[in-house]
Design a protein around this ligand. Structure first.
Ligand SMILES: *Cc1c(COP(=O)(O)O)cnc(C)c1O
Length: 356
């Protein structure tokens, strides 16, 4: 691949003064990475340039037909000042899985990781240092052809932007109430559910909005065919502990293959726990809850890491889980994953990659 050209900003912005008020995805750093694709030329002209607006033709295809994919990952600052990434190769591999489904030409995965590292290095002073804060990394690709015909794009832009983000749980892990969505669906097998693409999120907004209005934090999605099997919770993968065994929905095409999910499974197995990936019925969970065997439930994803579930509501059935408190397995997984990510405990799995 070509060398990445770097043009540094002449107008650095002031960095956020109060790291307890960072929130999520509200502030962006001084630079961004860009690389173009043009048919006949392939991916070319990789560059790091000052962060700023992008000019697009109003007929740009992404604005009309949603040919867009993205990734989400983080850079972590350790107590001794090092910068770590968590399994960045998995993000780039998944980006290419999404690319393939959306007829976007593949990127060189190793080069994608290099681009992330170079950009993080340029803006490393933006990585917040307060406990559990991080630098969120958002790679994304969209079509730019000025053309209203429906066909795969011949011109695309690959961007990476960075955003310092706050601690997800400033007051400690807090279990959430989840509404089991019985009407709307997020994705179906054969569709795009296994990809990270904007369209899946557009499809999820209405259910999320309605659930919030009646006091629930997120929805638990059921399968799009029978509304019987559990898929994901909001924008996270989901796990249940039933009678000592950990259950998580198998990846069958409509579910995203989360890197946190993958890591949870590996960690749980290393602890000698029984982990089963299979279809998980909502009725089965309701029965387990009644029998007192639904011991824990949690979502997993890069933003929250582990999000414990304290209550599930399915139609009129309200299932409290572990008295609305965080369970021991959820807590231990959170401590282990965040320990590895922030370099507080030894990384026995070899998952972290240092940026230097
Ligand atoms: C990104 C995402 C996840 C979580 O994936 P991680 O790699 O663990 O961050 C889960 N579900 C959906 C729909 C997602 O977009």
């Amino acid at each position: 691949m070509e060398k990445i050209r770097v043009e540094l900003t002449k107008h650095p912005k002031a960095k956020p003064a109060d790291q307890s008020k960072l929130g999520f995805g509200q502030i962006f750093t001084d630079h961004m990475f860009l690389m173009n694709y043009d048919e006949g030329q392939g991916w070319h002209d990789p560059r790091i340039v000052p962060y700023g607006p992008i000019e697009l033709d109003p007929s740009a295809m992404c604005l009309h037909y949603g040919q867009e994919v993205f990734e989400g990952m983080k850079a972590y600052r350790t107590d001794d000042g090092r910068i770590l990434l968590f399994r960045p190769d998995k993000n780039m591999a998944r980006l290419n899985v999404s690319n393939d489904r959306l007829c976007i030409p593949p990127i060189d995965e190793a080069f994608g990781v290099e681009a992330v590292k170079e950009l993080v290095k340029v803006d490393q002073d933006w990585i917040p240092t307060a406990k559990d804060t991080s630098l969120y990394i958002r790679p994304f690709i969209f079509s730019t052809d000025a053309h209203l015909g429906v066909h795969p794009a011949k011109h695309l832009l690959f961007c990476i932007i960075l955003s310092p983000v706050g601690a997800y749980y400033p007051e400690g892990l807090n279990p959430v109430k989840i509404y089991v969505e019985n009407e709307y669906v997020r994705a179906v097998k054969g569709g795009m559910g296994f990809t990270k693409t904007g369209g899946n999120y557009a499809a999820s907004l209405k259910a999320q909005d309605e659930a919030e209005k009646i006091g629930y934090t997120q929805v638990l999605w059921l399968d799009g065919v029978e509304r019987k099997y559990v898929e994901e919770v909001g924008t996270m993968n989901v796990f249940f502990k039933v009678d000592g065994e950990i259950l998580t929905p198998a990846l069958q095409g409509s579910i995203l293959s989360g890197i946190t999910r993958m890591s949870c499974i590996e960690i749980l197995k290393s602890w000698g726990m029984k982990v089963t990936e299979r279809r998980v019925g909502i009725q089965e969970l309701a029965d387990a809850a009644k029998a007192g065997k639904l011991e824990e439930a949690f979502g997993s994803g890069t933003a929250a890491v582990i999000s414990p579930i304290g209550e599930l509501r399915w139609k009129d059935d309200i299932m409290p889980i572990n008295n609305g408190e965080i369970g021991p397995v959820s807590q231990k997984l959170y401590d282990t994953l965040t320990g590895i990510q922030w370099g507080r405990i030894p990384d026995e799995f070899g998952w972290t990659v240092e940026v230097k």
